[in-house]
Write a protein that binds this ligand. Structure first.
Ligand code: ADP
Ligand code: MG
Length: 725
């Protein structure tokens, strides 16, 4: 298999990887970071003005820092951020990973009840709570464990919690006994949760939004569910907000500030520059016969620079191939990507941490929760999607402060590969219209206030739309048009495997629910299938779907069955009258299509920014810092150790030409179909990527299907294919 051979669902894979992007919560020691060279004058005077008022707050914060956390002093702008939070301001904190963002909300959370006493405003039973919205469930749990060990009452609400555990958490909340509660943004779709939170005595003192760049449509990992966090702040009347992120361009910071009413003076940031990490760029070769040569350069680099190494590639297959090629050369290398089983990923991660594996060949999926201070090299075999992503990935090198290298081995084709990926999210207008009409059809006849259900997975398949644009479309219908409001999704089908004790339970406990489950479960080989709606309506006994689900979960927890839920249905409440006429629906489609087209332009622009960073006539470290609105320490213009500073020459971007064979293949694809409304679709046919529309038009049976996939770097061809349309 060659590393430029795409499998059918390469874009799906990429999608999965995209979802794993939230990977920058590490608890590493921070390497020396300098204060930003410049801060706006207004910020300084503002801080001074509030100093007097904040003195007692700072004393309290320092006491908590040393008593509860055992640290001597605050780092960078932690103190200033905490002081403003305690005062009641909304704040944005932009510190690199490992710099200590968590303390910025943990300390205020602990401080509130202490402030209440002396200020005489509240009873302890009304101390309220701090809610932290974070997309990383695994890391949320780690944080809760750490806090509990330090005697700080904290919990997280996530899907792994049993019903009993949730009840305990809700009880503790109602008594103001928890200081910190973590939850994922999706939880905010759950009305039950929102209602409970609204009723917490003392209210939400502080809402912390971790990975806040997800709020911004300009961020590199926009999550529509994050847009709802701002609405949530209003609904629950949160006392103040702190947003935290490791990577925010000035534009993203502006978006966050707008969404959460944060004044520019209350943005606290530090430069991403790290003096011990050098940035090198090297143009590789892409002609097939030269590929080995490109690998040889990599081998040479790895032999000259031993130590723990991450090699980032764009695709899952590449990760496997690289690991094999390196292993054959005697390197201790392993692949890591979102397509691997959880156990395999966990083992690779453990082996890398313990030193059994030296090199991980990874897609963007790798990095989440990696706490390894001595990574010596981060190699990029392909371009990152965005400068932010690149910055996060190289941010994993040399956290121990020792000299480390970041190396780009670029094949010219890599420049175009990203562009094709960037184009992957825009559906054709006809697909989009199909989807929008389908959504309104599902809601047909549902009155305002009523609930309708859709199946996102089916809609993706039926309308040839990827998960990420699909979720943006739903979020726009909700937040821009105000037509619908997402509510808790539910599973329609449950499967279970019966343990021997299950049959004992059936005999002993003759309850209605047990009977409904037993009589409606249909045996399929090892598993029983159960339609919960059917079971609930069994004999009209007035059971609810919830009764059935609760009992199934209980049987599962007690070990009588092994339960699996499937058929996730997304549920929406109709908020106002939905468009009825064809024209009105078309207007909605127009707006959505314009949005999605703009998003594509934006994604392409972000690819170009990565390219400009690399090919620019400027120190790379300076360019990188400037991307985030900062400079180098002491206003320096050069880091002195990147390849630009060392050679003084910019990297020449490669020129790709379309060869006659490629041009004729493209012509054949165009002849095979008269589809012209969707260049992506044509590219899919050329690559041999199936989609519902490809199959419907029987193009997967045509000789042009996959006709470009075996050319070397079909990417360049697809670019020209797109240009034809
Ligand atoms: P971030 O969220 O910015 O990536 P964390 O909040 O996870 O970083 O903090 C990283 C590590 O630094 C944690 O182990 C934390 O306890 C430690 N830390 C944070 N602030 C300080 C401080 N002022 N002094 C010493 N250690 C600190
Ligand atoms: Mg963090």
């Amino acid at each position: 298999m060659s590393d430029n051979e795409y499998d059918d669902d390469v874009f799906d894979h990429l999608e999965l990887d995209d979802d794993d992007v939230f990977d920058d919560i590490d608890e590493d020691e921070l390497v020396a970071l300098e204060r930003p060279a410049k801060r706006a004058k207004t910020e300084a005077s503002e801080v001074e003005r509030n100093l007097a008022l904040g003195d007692s707050h700072i004393a309290l914060a320092e006491r908590i820092l040393s008593n509860q956390f055992g640290f001597k002093a605050f780092r960078h702008e932690q103190a200033a951020a905490i002081q403003h939070i305690l005062k009641g301001d909304n704040v944005l904190v932009i510190f690199p990973t490992g710099a200590g963002k968590s303390l910025c909300y943990q300390i205020p959370a602990i401080a509130f009840p202490e402030l209440d006493g002396p200020e005489g405003t509240r009873e302890p039973a009304e101390a309220g709570v701090t809610i932290v919205v974070s997309p990383l469930i695994a890391l949320m749990k780690d944080q809760v464990d750490v806090l509990k060990k330090r005697g700080i009452p904290a919990e997280s609400i996530d899907s792994s919690k049993t019903w009993e555990e949730l009840q305990m958490i809700y009880r503790a909340l109602a008594r103001s006994q928890l200081r910190i509660l973590y939850c994922a943004p999706e939880r905010l779709n759950n009305e039950g949760f929102v209602e409970t939170v609204k009723r917490i005595p003392g209210g939400i003192r502080l809402l912390a939004v971790d990975e806040a760049h997800c709020v911004s449509e300009w961020g590199h990992s926009f999550r529509p569910d994050y847009l709802k966090v701002a609405r949530f702040v209003d609904e629950i009347k949160a006392g103040r907000v702190v947003c935290l992120t490791a990577t925010a361009t000035p534009k993203v910071a502006e978006d966050i500030c707008k969404a959460f009413s944060i004044q520019p003076a209350y943005v606290f940031r530090t430069t991403p520059y790290r003096p011990n990490v050098s940035l090198d760029i090297m143009l590789g070769f892409h002609v097939k016969s030269e590929r080995d040569k490109r690998f040889e350069e990599l081998f040479r680099f790895l032999r000259a620079n031993p130590g723990p190494t991450l090699i980032y590639v764009a695709m899952q297959q590449q990760s496997e191939i690289h690991a094999k090629v390196l292993a054959a050369q005697g390197f201790k290398a392993a692949p890591f990507h979102a397509g691997l089983k959880t156990e395999v990923k966990q083992r690779t991660q453990d082996d890398f941490l313990s030193g059994k594996v030296d090199i991980v060949c990874a897609t963007i999926a790798f990095g989440m929760g990696i706490d390894k201070p001595d990574i010596r090299n981060v190699v990029h075999w392909d371009l990152s999607n965005t400068v932010e992503e690149y910055s996060q990935q190289i941010g994993r090198a040399g956290r121990d402060g020792k000299p480390s290298k970041c190396m780009f081995y670029l094949a010219p084709s890599a420049f175009y590969l990203r562009e094709v990926f960037a184009r992957g999210d825009l559906p054709s207008r006809s697909s989009l219209a199909g989807l929008v009409f389908d959504i309104f059809k599902e809601a047909l006849g549902v009155p305002v206030g009523g609930v309708f259900k859709t199946n996102h997975y089916r809609q993706q398949k039926d309308f040839d739309i990827r998960p990420s644009p699909l979720s943006i479309i739903y979020a726009t219908l909700e937040l821009h048009f105000g037509f619908i409001r997402a509510t808790t999704p539910e599973y329609s089908t449950y499967k279970f495997e019966a343990m021997p004790s299950y049959f004992g339970i059936i005999k002993q406990h003759k309850s209605l629910v047990i009977d409904a489950i037993y009589k409606n479960a249909k045996k399929k080989l090892k598993w029983y299938d159960l339609d919960v709606y059917e079971a609930a309506s069994y004999k009209n006994t007035g059971l609810t779907r919830g009764d059935i689900v609760a009992k199934l979960n209980q049987l599962d927890q007690q070990g009588h069955i092994r339960l699996k839920a499937s058929g996730l249905m997304n549920r929406y409440i109709v908020q106002k009258a939905l468009p009825r006429t064809h024209e009105d629906k078309e207007k909605v489609v127009d707006k959505l299509y314009k949005d999605l087209t703009d998003r594509e332009k934006d994604a392409l622009q972000r690819c170009k920014e990565v390219m400009s960073l690399i090919t620019g006539s400027k120190c790379f470290a300076l360019s990188l810092a400037q991307h985030f609105g900062m400079g180098l320490p002491k206003d320096k213009e050069k880091c002195g150790h990147c390849s630009f500073c060392l050679t003084g020459k910019p990297i020449q971007p490669p020129k790709l030409t379309v060869t006659p064979t490629m041009a004729s293949s493209i012509q054949k694809v165009l002849e095979a179909t008269n589809v012209r409304d969707d260049p992506r679709f044509l590219a899919r046919v050329a690559y041999g990527i199936r989609s519902p529309r490809v199959t419907a038009l029987k193009l997967d049976k045509s000789p042009v299907f996959r006709s470009l996939a075996h050319h070397d770097f079909e990417v360049s061809q697809s670019k020209s294919l797109l240009d034809y349309c």
